[in-house]
Write a protein that binds this ligand. Structure first.
Ligand code: FES
Length: 129
């Protein structure tokens, strides 16, 4: 199965950082599929597990930096959920390394670029669930 990295990017930060990268024509992995979401806190754990079950090699959630969430604590709630989800995946025998949360500011395109490529490389070769 082809390696795929699904990204849920908060519209206020990650999605804007991604726009900066596209203006600069910075290449991201061909298997990276970004999806704009209202807030990292809006990404339900079942959406992430469904993505993995459907063949995503990894799922990246990008939220606003601490104190900058437009919904006050969406990024904090997301961080708690991701920690819980990692443990749950581990209990099921699935590596928790297949999901990752990153907090990136709207103007931090370079940071997002590095996060996506690092995650992509850490995923290694194709891994079926
Ligand atoms: Fe960006 Fe909540 S609005 S993480």
């Amino acid at each position: 199965m082809k390696k795929r990295l699904l990204g849920f990017l908060c519209q206020w930060c990650g999605a804007r950082a991604l726009e900066h990268l596209s203006y600069q024509r910075r290449p991201l992995p061909a298997g990276f599929y970004p999806i704009r979401v209202p807030c990292s806190g809006s990404v339900a754990p079942e959406v992430i597990t469904q993505a993995l079950a459907s063949g995503a090699s990894g799922v990246l959630v990008v939220g606003c930096p601490p104190g900058q969430c437009h919904f006050r604590e969406g990024n904090q709630r997301c961080a708690i959920r991701m920690r819980f989800l990692k443990g749950w995946l581990k209990a099921l025998g699935v590596s928790g390394e297949r999901i990752r949360l990153a907090l990136v500011g709207a103007g931090e395109g370079e940071k997002l670029y590095q996060i996506v490529w690092d995650f992509w490389e850490d995923l290694g070769e194709d891994r079926p669930l």
